[in-house]
Each structure stands twice: as structure tokens, then as C-alpha cells.
Design a protein around this ligand. Structure first.
Ligand code: SAH
Length: 216
């Protein structure tokens, strides 16, 4: 039997997400519907539905499904939301987001990853996602404002160039902490009287690096 495609693997996947506390039905449905096996490297297809992070090209990783579901749940997405993702990687997180909001702009510093993610997102039928090669730590104001922002690479701190992109009432979720050290998922909300911050759970992400990758 091909374990990557067996119904029992997908069932276990859903049960694991529920057992770990994911309860938002729309998020669970998106996690069930997006084919994770399309976003992992070909040699990892048979373990695509396991709840683990996996290596992708350019020394990066596709996040653990539980973390993808948890961060998505924390964003409290609505169908009319425009979302920014920093750190396209495989494109998997963007595919999950795309089912729950109006539009996703996802930026990646490696051209190779951006090109591959764009092709996968097209194959997965995610027509409302735009993939751009850009430095998410230094986005120009012209990029506009977003109802939700998700960062999927660990930052030393959350730069104003990102919180400035949050629309009123907007929510940002990002891992904050040193590379390889203790990182905490942080949720920032833009309220009438400024920004409020809440620490959620400890996580482990590859670091956010400044500038476009020289080796693309
Ligand atoms: N969300 C991805 C996982 C991303 S791993 C997925 O679902 O597969 C983190 C990604 O962030 C890596 O691809 C890395 O190259 C990218 N990244 C790191 N620093 C960045 C920056 N400053 N701007 C844009 N992307 C960045």
C-alpha cells in the first residue's frame, strides 16, 4: 500500500490535529483538502501526512502541520480578508490560507522556492495567491495594508515595516527568537489605541534572513 495516499494516514492526520487542540472546522477542512504530498519533496511523498516538518530545497523546511493549523487558527480569518505571508517556502501554508480568505500575497527571498511554490499553488488550484520574490523584513509601504499577516521564519523582533502593514483591527502572528534557540509564537493586534501583544506557544522555525538570497 502507498502509505502517503491511504485513507488511514489522512484520518490519523485529522485526529492528531484535533487531539492537539485544533477545533476551528474551516481550518480542519482546509488541512484535509490541501494535498500536502504536492508540497513536499518527491522523495518524502510517503511521509507527507505525518505531523512533522520536512526539508525542502535551499536548506529550508515545510512546517509541521500542527503548527500550520495552529497559526492559521490564531489568525481568525474571514472570507473578506487580504493576507500577507512572509516566507513562502513550499507554498503549503499559503495554500491553506488561500481557502479561508480573499487573497494571499506571499513573499520569499529564494527565487527557486518562489518559482516552485507558484507552480504547486497553480496545480492545487489556488488562484487567489500571488508569490513574489521579496525581503519580508524590508517591505516597501507601497505593498499596502493587510487584514492579517503571518510570518513563517523566526525573527529577532517584529519590525515596524511589518506592523505598519497591519490594517485597523489587523492581526499578525510570527515566531520571535534567536536562530536555533527559544522561539515564541507572538500574536500582535492593531487596536484603536495601538498594538497589543500576546505570547502564545514555543515553536521552532528556520531564521528570517535579511535581503534576497544571493544563491537563488
Ligand atoms: N511557510 C512555509 C515554510 C517556510 S520556511 C511552508 O509552508 O512551506 C521559512 C521560509 O522563509 C524559507 O523559505 C525562507 O527562505 C524564508 N525567508 C526567510 N527570511 C525571509 C525574508 N526576509 N523574506 C522572505 N522570506 C524569507
Amino acid at each position: 500500500m502507498q502509505s502517503g495516499e491511504g485513507p488511514s494516514e489522512k484520518l490519523t492526520f485529522q485526529l492528531t490535529l484535533r487531539r492537539r487542540g485544533i477545533s476551528d472546522r474551516a481550518v480542519l477542512r482546509a488541512m484535509e483538502e490541501v494535498p500536502r504530498d504536492l508540497f513536499v519533496e518527491p522523495e518524502d511523498r510517503d511521509v507527507a501526512w505525518r505531523d512533522t516538518a520536512l526539508a525542502i530545497a535551499c536548506g529550508q523546511t515545510i512546517s509541521q502541520p500542527f503548527v500550520v493549523a495552529y497559526m492559521t487558527e490564531q489568525l481568525q480569518l474571514k472570507p473578506e480578508h487580504d493576507v500577507l505571508e512572509v516566507g513562502t517556502g513550499s507554498g503549503y501554508q499559503a495554500a491553506i490560507l488561500s481557502r479561508l480568505c480573499r487573497s494571499v500575497l506571499t513573499v520569499e527571498r529564494f527565487r527557486t522556492l518562489a518559482d516552485r511554490a507558484r507552480a504547486r499553488l497553480e496545480r492545487a488550484g489556488c488562484g487567489n495567491v500571488e508569490v513574489r520574490v521579496a525581503d519580508g523584513l524590508n517591505l516597501p509601504p507601497e505593498i499596502g495594508q493587510f487584514d492579517r499577516i503571518i510570518v513563517t521564519a523566526a525573527m529577532a523582533g517584529i519590525p515596524a515595516s511589518l506592523t505598519d502593514r497591519l490594517a485597523p483591527g489587523g492581526i499578525l502572528v510570527a515566531p520571535v527568537g534567536p536562530a536555533g534557540g527559544r522561539q515564541t509564537l507572538v500574536r500582535v493586534q492593531r487596536n484603536d489605541d495601538g498594538l497589543s501583544r500576546r505570547d502564545l506557544v514555543d515553536v521552532r522555525f528556520v531564521p528570517a534572513l535579511p535581503g534576497l538570497a544571493r544563491e537563488m
